[in-house]
Design a binder for this molecule. Structure first.
Ligand code: DQA
Length: 137
């Protein structure tokens, strides 16, 4: 099973960025533990702060991978283009968020990913990614 975890803007700063909201672990540390725990899954990881690079990645894997776990960061709330890209590919996408976006500012309650996603997992810290992975498995 081939799964891509795709992280959007500012998620490269995990571990340093607003630790009270996003925790103290870097994504690389978390990803290493995930790979060990799910050794049978072919897990890939890509992060970009650039909207077009996220779209290119969705196109690249979106006809061959079994699942995409997408945390589009703030692009979740703004990007019609990422929403359209998800509509255009075959691989199912699960939208994830570390924080509970619905308990935060109102602008975070809007998602251009959600209408095109298989499901949404938010608010469980980095475990949100693991829950999404479990759901694909
Ligand atoms: C986030 C929530 C977004 O609103 C925010 O812009 C992020 C991270 C989360 O994982 O909780 O960058 O997607």
């Amino acid at each position: 099973m081939k799964i891509l975890i795709l992280n959007g803007p500012n998620l490269n700063l995990l571990g340093k960025r607003e630790p009270a909201i996003y925790g103290i672990l870097t994504f690389e540390q978390f990803f290493e533990s995930l790979k060990k725990k799910y050794a049978d899954v072919e897990l890939h990881y890509f992060q970009s702060n650039v909207e077009g690079e996220i779209i290119n990645k969705l196109h690249e894997v979106g006809f061959s991978f079994d699942g995409i776990i997408l945390n589009a960061g703030a692009y979740t709330h703004t990007s019609i283009a990422i929403g359209d890209a998800i509509k255009g590919i075959e691989t199912p996408v699960i939208e994830v968020h570390i924080s509970n976006v619905y308990a935060r500012e109102e602008f975070r309650h809007v998602s251009y990913i959600a209408p095109n996603a298989k499901g949404i997992i938010a608010g469980f810290g980095l475990q949100s990614y693991e829950l999404a992975l479990e759901s694909f498995i």
